[in-house]
Design a protein around this ligand. Structure first.
Ligand SMILES: C[S@@+](CC[C@H](N)C(=O)[O-])C[C@H]1O[C@@H](n2cnc3c(N)ncnc32)[C@H](O)[C@@H]1O
Ligand SMILES: [Zn+2]
Length: 284
């Protein structure tokens, strides 16, 4: 069951307590549960736009694409690369920028087969993503919120997954327990290269992201997963395009060329980096 426990008020950071179908803080701020069971902890004053994060269309495209299981090898790789001594019952995990919940749901299913139960929380700034996620899996606590100001107390989680997302390392460090784990998953140099060659006149040199600003973390392991998959219809190709930033970045001509395709063979090239929160030294 989704617990929605141990969360804090996004306005004043005091603890939230459950009262029927809402959460309340001691200063009288009230957050109602949505019909599908998620909670919106993104106050209006923390929103940079009226409808932040991925749009309804992007979320629907991502869900349709991921449900085809072309990215299931990434789920397997996450589980096989998870440091073994941390893969234990009761681990509290946060998927920060969880989208429509594919990975948390799939990870929960795969762990159940190994008789491991983790407490899973998914957070995303897009209410469309969290609405879809909360319909997909009722065993996860789903929150609308921002990585920039996570509505949870210090040391709330033992592991954070940030998959193709927008990490804020100081916040991640704050909400991780001592020696907590952080996983960053991002595209490698050849990811969807066949599609990018059609979309862009030239391909930029690969730059690894987030090599800066990681003072709070030590690298545990770095891995990559490369494999091929095929999309056999224009619908699937458009779903993939719509869920990536290429839909906005590519030229008109590039997008028109992609519209002519009936199928495409693609490379998935994924980088995974596991970090451990640096031990904080107390100077007394
Ligand atoms: C490329 S998608 C990846 C979604 C999911 N992790 C996956 O791999 O399917 C990036 C996600 O980050 C969310 N996002 C953007 N800014 C965010 C923020 N400040 N805090 C939390 N989520 C954010 C978007 O709404 C979107 O769902
Ligand atoms: Zn409050």
């Amino acid at each position: 069951m989704s617990t929605l426990e141990n969360l804090s008020c996004p306005i004043d950071a005091t603890p939230l307590s459950r009262d029927e179908r809402s959460l309340k803080c001691e200063h009288g701020h009230v957050y109602d549960l949505a019909k599908t069971g998620y909670i919106n902890l993104l106050p209006v004053q923390n929103k940079r736009s009226k409808d932040p994060g991925d749009s309804k269309e992007m979320v629907a495209a991502r869900q349709a694409f991921l449900n085809q299981q072309h990215y299931f090898p990434i789920v397997n790789k996450i589980l096989s690369s998870w440091p073994k001594s941390d893969l234990v019952n009761g681990t509290r995990i946060l998927d920060a920028g969880c989208g429509e919940g594919y990975y948390l749901n799939a990870i929960g299913g795969a762990l159940a087969e190994q008789n491991i139960a983790m407490e899973r929380t998914g957070l995303d700034i897009s209410k469309w993503a969290i609405t879809a996620a909360s319909k997909r899996d009722k065993s996860v606590s789903w929150l609308v919120g921002s990585n920039a100001s996570l509505p949870v107390p210090n040391a709330r989680f033992d592991a954070i997954l940030c998959l193709f997302g927008f990490p804020i390392f100081s916040e991640f460090s704050r909400v991780l327990s001592d020696k907590g784990l952080l996983l960053l998953v991002e595209s490698g140099p050849d990811h969807l290269i066949e599609l990018r060659k059609i979309l862009y006149p030239s391909i930029h040199d690969y730059k690894q992201t987030f090599s800066e600003g990681m003072a709070h973390f030590d690298l545990v392991s770095e891995q990559s997963e490369t494999y091929r998959f095929t999309l056999n219809s224009q619908t699937e190709i458009q779903q993939l395009l719509t869920m990536t930033p290429h839909i906005h970045k590519a030229s008109y001509d590039g997008r028109e060329a992609v519209k002519q395709l009936e199928s495409i063979n693609l490379t998935a090239d994924i980088k995974l980096r596991w970090y451990r929160k640096t031990k904080v030294v107390d100077y007394v």
